[in-house]
Design a protein around this ligand. Structure first.
Ligand code: PLP
Length: 227
C-alpha cells in the first residue's frame, strides 16, 4: 500500500510538471482517481494517501464501495459518477454520488434533480459533450450544450459545474488536441454566463498532457494510477 502512496505522488508530480510546462498553475488541476474495478481497500489506501476525488462508471459496482466508506473519517471523500446513465438508475446515482459528470440528455438532468431534491446539498453536474462526433459516444452535441446548461442552471437541487468530454481513441495527437480545444471553447462560453462553472473535465491516462495543455481543470486517471 506504501507503493500506492509513492505512485500517487509520482502521478501528481507529472501533473504539476505538465501544468508548469503549459504556463498553468498546478493547483488549478484536480486529479480524479478512476477507481472502477479497484477494491475498497485500494480506494481506502488512496484516500489515506491524500486523494479526495474518486470516479466510478458502474452503479452496481460503486454502491458497495460507497456504502463501505460512510464513516465520518471519509467525509471529505467525493464520489463522481462518470458512466453511461440509464434513467432507471438516476434515483440511486443522485442520492449516493456528490458529482455526476456524464449527464448527456435533459431527461436525465430532470430525473437527477427530482431524486436529489430531498437532500440538503445540491448534486454537482457536468454536462457531457460529444467532441469526437462519433455516433457511439454519448453527450450533447456542441451546439446543444448551452441551452441544456440554461435548463440545468434553473434546477435548484443541481449545481452546474462545467463540462466533461472524452476524446477519440486515436494516435493522432493533433486530432485529440483539436477536440479538447472545442471542449475548452464550450467551457469558456459557459463560464462567461454561469459564475459557478469551474470544471473542465478532460483527459484520461493516454491523453491527459494534451488535456492539460487545453485547459483541463480535472483529469480522470484510472490505468496509470492503479496499474
Ligand atoms: C475509465 C474512464 C476513465 C479512466 O480511463 P484510463 O484510461 O484508465 O485512465 C476516465 N474517464 C471515463 C469517462 C472513464 O470511463
Amino acid at each position: 500500500m506504501n507503493d500506492l502512496k509513492q505512485h500517487l505522488e509520482k502521478i501528481q508530480t507529472q501533473i504539476r510538471e505538465t501544468a508548469l510546462s503549459c504556463q498553468r498553475t498546478p493547483e488549478s488541476i484536480t486529479l480524479l482517481a478512476v477507481s472502477k474495478k479497484q477494491p475498497i481497500a485500494r480506494i481506502q489506501a488512496c484516500f489515506a494517501a491524500g486523494q479526495l476525488h474518486f470516479g466510478e462508471s458502474y452503479l452496481q459496482e460503486a454502491l458497495p464501495k460507497i456504502n463501505a466508506l460512510q464513516a465520518p473519517e471519509f467525509n471529505a471523500l467525493q464520489w463522481h459518477f462518470i458512466g453511461v446513465i440509464q434513467s432507471n438508475k438516476t434515483r440511486q446515482i443522485a442520492t449516493h454520488f456528490d458529482w455526476v459528470q456524464s449527464v448527456d440528455r435533459l431527461k436525465i438532468a430532470h430525473c437527477l434533480a427530482q431524486a436529489r431534491s430531498c437532500q440538503c446539498t445540491p448534486l454537482n453536474i457536468c454536462l457531457q459533450v460529444n467532441i469526437s462526433g462519433e455516433e457511439q459516444k454519448s453527450g450533447f452535441t456542441p451546439d446543444s450544450v448551452f441551452s441544456a446548461a440554461l435548463a440545468v442552471n434553473k434546477m435548484p437541487s443541481l449545481c452546474l459545474r462545467g463540462v466533461m468530454a472524452i476524446a477519440e481513441k486515436t494516435e493522432n495527437q493533433s486530432r485529440i488536441s483539436e477536440q479538447f480545444r472545442q471542449a475548452q471553447k464550450i467551457y469558456q462560453q459557459l463560464q462567461a454566463h454561469f459564475p459557478q462553472v469551474d470544471t473542465l473535465s478532460l483527459g484520461m491516462s493516454q491523453d491527459y498532457p494534451l488535456a492539460i495543455a487545453a485547459g483541463s481543470t480535472m483529469v480522470r486517471l484510472g490505468s496509470i494510477l492503479f496499474s
